[in-house]
Design a protein around this ligand. Structure first.
Ligand code: ATP
Length: 277
C-alpha cells in the first residue's frame, strides 16, 4: 500500500503577464506548499477505482471527472489500482486541491506500476497547476504553468489558510480580469524572512481584485487574517477564494487560526508550516 500526501498549493504572488491567442493566460507566480492537505492511499487492484472520504468528500466526483482518475488514465490507460482520496482541502478554492491530488496520484501510481515519474512539463495536459504540484517544492511558475524552476531557499515560515466556504470557479475570475498585460515578477532575491516579506509586498495576486468583485466575502477573509497579531502578509491564493496569512512562528499561526475559527465557525481555517522542499 502506498500513501501520498497532497499538500495545498499556495500562490504567494501571482502576476498575469499576458494572454495567448488560444485564450490561455500567461502567469508568473511564486508557489509554495503547506503542511495542510489531502491524503491518497493507493493499492494494487485489477481495475481502477476511486473512493473519496473525509470532511470534504461531498460532491467530489469519483469517476473520470476527478483529476486523480484522469492522472491514472494519463499515466497508463487500462491499468488497475484502488485509490482512496481523503479530502480535507476545500474544492474550487485556489489552493490546487485537484491538481495536487493528481500530482500525488502520479507519484504513487508511478511507484506502484514501476514506471518512471513523468517530468513536470509533460503533465500540463492535466491542468495548469499540475506541473508545479508534481515539482512539489517551492517554485517560480511561468508560461501557462509548464515552466517551473527552483527559488532561493525559503526562511522558516508558517501560514494560516482560510476559506469562507464559497466555491470560486477559475473561469469567471479570469473573465472578470480587466488587465492581462502586467509586469513580470521581480527576480526572486530574498535571503531571510524580512527580505522575503519585502519582496512579496512589492508583488500582487492579479486575480484578487476580480475574485473579490465576484465574491465579496473574500475581502472579509483577508481582513480577518490581516488583523491577527504577527501576520506578516495576507493575500488570496490562485483564483480564490482561499486566502493565506504568513507568520514567523508556528505558535503565532496556530493562535491566529484558533481566533479566526472561534469568530467564524463556518469557515474552513487551518494552520501549518510552509514546506521548505
Ligand atoms: P486551482 O488552484 O488549481 O485553480 P482549485 O483549488 O481552484 O484549483 P480544485 O480544488 O481543483 O480547484 O477544484 C476545481 C473543480 O475540480 C471542483 O469543482 C471539482 O468538481 C473538480 N475536481 C476534480 N477532481 C478533484 C479533486 N481531486 N479534488 C477536488 N476537486 C476536484
Amino acid at each position: 500500500m502506498i500513501q501520498e500526501f497532497a499538500p495545498a498549493k499556495v500562490n504567494l504572488a501571482l502576476h498575469v503577464t499576458g494572454r495567448r491567442d488560444d485564450g490561455y493566460h500567461l502567469l508568473d507566480s511564486i508557489v509554495v506548499f503547506a503542511d495542510i492537505g489531502d491524503r491518497l492511499t493507493i493499492s494494487d487492484a485489477p481495475d481502477l477505482s476511486l473512493s473519496v472520504t473525509g470532511p470534504r468528500a461531498a460532491d467530489i466526483p469519483t469517476d473520470s471527472r476527478n483529476l486523480v482518475w484522469r492522472a491514472a488514465e494519463w499515466l497508463a490507460a487500462g491499468r488497475g489500482a484502488a485509490i482512496t482520496l481523503d479530502k480535507t482541502l476545500p474544492p474550487a478554492g485556489g489552493i490546487g486541491g485537484g491538481s495536487s491530488d493528481a500530482a500525488s496520484a502520479l507519484r504513487g501510481l508511478s511507484d506502484l506500476w514501476a514506471r518512471p515519474r513523468p517530468a513536470p512539463q509533460e503533465v500540463l495536459p492535466l491542468g495548469a497547476d499540475v506541473p508545479v504540484c508534481l515539482f512539489g517544492r517551492p517554485a517560480r511558475m511561468q508560461g501557462i504553468g509548464e515552466v517551473v524552476c527552483d527559488l532561493p531557499d525559503l526562511p522558516a515560515l508558517w501560514m494560516v489558510l482560510a476559506n469562507a466556504g464559497v466555491e470560486v470557479p477559475t473561469g469567471p475570475v479570469f473573465k472578470a480580469l480587466t488587465h492581462a498585460e502586467n509586469a513580470a515578477l521581480p527576480e526572486p532575491d530574498w535571503t531571510d524572512l524580512p527580505s522575503l516579506v519585502a519582496y512579496l509586498c512589492h508583488a500582487r495576486n492579479d486575480l484578487e481584485a476580480p475574485a473579490r468583485a465576484l465574491v465579496p466575502v473574500i475581502g472579509e477573509v483577508l481582513d480577518h487574517l490581516e488583523a491577527q497579531p504577527g501576520c506578516l502578509l495576507a493575500r488570496m491564493s490562485g483564483s480564490g477564494g482561499t486566502c493565506f496569512g504568513l507568520f514567523g512562528s508556528a505558535e503565532a499561526a496556530q493562535m491566529a487560526a484558533a481566533r479566526i475559527g472561534e469568530s467564524k465557525p463556518d469557515w474552513w481555517v487551518d494552520s501549518g508550516a510552509v514546506r521548505a522542499a
